[in-house]
Structures are given as C-alpha cells and as structure tokens.
Design a protein around this ligand. Sequence first.
Ligand SMILES: [Zn+2]
Length: 120
Amino acid sequence: MARPNKPRVICGLPEYHMFGPKGRRANTLEKVVLLIDEYEIFRLMDHLGFTQEETAKQVGVARTTVQRVYMNARKKIADVIVTGKILVIEGGDYVVCDDDCEECLRPLRKNRKRRQGGRE
Ligand SMILES: [Zn+2]
C-alpha cells in the first residue's frame, strides 16, 4: 500500500526566489523550478553541512528520500549554472516549522502570516 507523502518541514522560506545569468533577458531563457522542499534539503546539506541522517530528522522524511531529493536538487542547480537557465524557487509539498521547533534553523524570516492570508 502506498503511503501518502508527508509534507516536509522547513524552517523558513527562501529569501531569494530567482537566479539567472547576468545580462541575459529572463524571458529568453529556459526556466528550471526548484521546489521549496528541495531547496531546504539542499540548504541543510550544502550550506549548513548536515549529514543525510541529520537532514532526514530535521525535515521529517526517510534518509533515502533525502538522498533522492538532494541529488535531484543538485542536478537542477548544476544545469542552471552550466547551461545558463533561470532558476525559480517555488512550490512543493512543505510546512513551515512550529514556533517550538527545537534547534530551529531559521536563517530566513518566517512568512507564515502571509501564507495563511492566501491572497497574493
Ligand atoms: Zn524550525
């Protein structure tokens, strides 16, 4: 029986949502979407130096899931850098951690109010 996917816990939303080659018009370039849960796993591992186990615990998924999502995120980021595409960070299946999140890794401002407002 397939288990439904649990949303992944993130400690904040990314501060920057779009990257691309300088001096090129964004509308002429192919777009790659990095999901916010992919971004969070990439951030924990490559920016903060978490192991797969630590990342799995923090995000609330299996280590094998972390490995798969991480490799996929790396592939997207490499593609953007090597071939000059636009990277957009958005979407995905995630929840922002609670205020009582132990060892919260909130580098970024929390934005829960705006999400709940649902009006953008
Ligand atoms: Zn947190």
